[in-house]
Design a protein around this ligand. Structure first.
Ligand SMILES: O=C(O)[C@@H](CO)OP(=O)(O)O
Length: 248
């Protein structure tokens, strides 16, 4: 049996402002920093240790990992930064306030943009200053690999090769891993791991900064999963994420 830990970054400045974030590289708030440190404490108390970490190339996930590892006195842990673990690209919605967008277009439309499997928001125009073309962290990619928008299906299509090519082989080789990533890149991974249907994935939300343990069998199929920490706080955090896209 293998055990891996998935964790969404702590609260970011744009989570606090309730803005669509996607590939925008915003940092953690003070609360996000505290959540990341608390995650480290909880993991340490539960006896976890790791051989390898995976994260995205976005600082909210990277810093969450650093802070969690600092609490565990494991700053030495090897880290693989993989752009394929980035948040789902939110297209032209990036930067807009979620409640204001719901007031303008309706809660249902915003739910489709936030949670549907295959409906992407409108893309960023190619010449929009918010695109990631020219950003040195993506210098190794083809232009066609740098999204202008994504639906969850598109995110699954880049997260899965990261799982198949690097993460799954490391787990099979006996490495104890932690993945510090994002709400929707983790939804993509969990959809695949648990075989969640396109319809049911709409209801899956991931709270900030809470370690989520997956126990996997020899074929890397999930046996069970559970959040570590205060279960009622986690439930409240899940409901709060679900409500972010409502007008009121
Ligand atoms: O804005 C985003 O990029 C994501 C994660 O914070 O938000 P949502 O939960 O609306 O998909």
């Amino acid at each position: 049996m293998y055990k891996i830990v998935l964790m969404r970054h702590g609260e970011s400045t744009w989570n606090l402002d309730n803005r669509f974030t996607g590939w925008t590289d915003v940092d953690l708030t003070e609360k996000g920093i505290a959540e990341a440190r608390q995650a480290g404490k909880v993991l340490k108390e539960a006896g976890f240790s790791f051989d390898l970490a995976y994260t995205s190339v976005l600082k909210r996930a990277i810093r969450t990992l650093w802070l969690t590892m600092d609490e565990m006195d494991m700053m030495w842990l090897p880290v693989i930064n993989d752009w394929r673990l980035n948040e789902r690209h939110y297209g032209a919605l990036q930067g807009l306030n979620k409640s204001e967008t719901a007031a303008k277009y309706g809660d249902e439309q915003v739910l489709v943009w936030r949670r549907s499997y295959d409906t992407p928001p409108n893309p960023l125009p190619e010449n929009d200053p918010r695109t990631s073309f020219g950003d040195p962290r993506y210098a190794g990619l083809q232009r066609s690999q740098i999204p202008l928008t994504e639906c969850l299906k598109d995110t699954v299509e880049r997260v899965m090769p990261a799982w198949d090519d690097t993460i799954a082989p490391a787990i099979r080789a006996g490495k104890r891993i932690i993945i510090s990533a994002h709400g929707n890149s983790l939804r993509a991974l969990i959809k695949m791991l648990d075989g969640i249907s396109d319809a049911d994935i709409v209801g899956l939300n991931i709270p900030n900064g809470q370690p989520l343990v997956y126990e996997l069998d020899a074929d890397l199929k999930p046996i069970k999963h559970y959040y570590l920490g205060d279960q009622s706080a986690i439930e409240a955090a899940l409901q709060a994420v679900a409500s972010q896209g409502k007008a009121k």
